[in-house]
Design a protein around this ligand. Structure first.
Ligand SMILES: Cc1cc2nc3c(=O)[nH]c(=O)nc-3n(C[C@H](O)[C@H](O)[C@H](O)COP(=O)(O)O)c2cc1C
Length: 169
């Protein structure tokens, strides 16, 4: 039997989403609203609330970095998703290390095993809480020993890593 649930909280019925650390200039923000908008060319969309300090920065700057963290970095990810770059330097607070990008201006994060350099190509606004910034990946870096199964996901205040494989095609 199905029961009717509160439509306002229906988003919480989704399983966890990947979480990334987005770098805009020298600020870091944790982003759970991240998706691939195009395979070729590779375009990544990030959903951002206009109140975020990073939102204002992204309005001005032409690029951003998408850094994929693994579970060892969970506390640093949480810090970057709690503190604001308006008040603190999140690189200093977290102890994360700046990594020089090849093609963009926004710095990357050395401790994250995957770093995607994105040129901002589009902003999509809805009459809703978050706007989407879409970036085309212009350079990409990966640690040789990166294990995708250790990449972090987040939803409803819980951090997770990938679960059981139920089928391989
Ligand atoms: C795991 C996690 C995921 C988050 N995902 C998003 C998101 O997708 N979009 C968003 O606007 N804020 C998201 N937030 C909230 C921002 O990361 C948070 O408000 C941050 O402090 C904003 O930093 P800033 O003011 O320096 O930009 C998330 C927070 C956490 C902890």
């Amino acid at each position: 039997m199905k029961m009717e649930i509160d439509k306002k909280n229906a988003r919480l019925e989704f399983p966890a989403f990947p979480v990334v650390l987005v770098t805009v200039e020298e600020n870091i923000i944790a982003i759970g609203l991240v998706h691939i908008f195009s395979f070729t060319p590779l375009k990544i969309g990030i959903g951002m609330h206009p109140q975020r300090h990073s939102y204002g920065l992204l309005e001005k700057i032409k690029d951003f970095g998408v850094n994929i963290p693994t579970k060892e970095l969970v506390e640093k990810v949480d810090l970057c998703g709690t503190l604001s770059g308006r008040d603190v330097d999140k690189f200093k607070e977290s102890g994360l290390t700046k990594m020089k990008p090849k093609k963009i201006k926004s710095v990357l994060i050395k401790e994250c095993p995957v770093n995607l350099e994105c040129d901002k190509v589009q902003k999509i606004t809805f009459s809703g809480s978050h706007d989407w910034f879409v970036g085309e990946v212009v350079a990409a870096h990966r640690d040789e020993n990166y294990d995708r199964e250790k990449a972090l996901s987040y939803w409803d205040k819980e951090y997770r890593v990938m679960g059981e494989r139920v089928l391989k095609r």
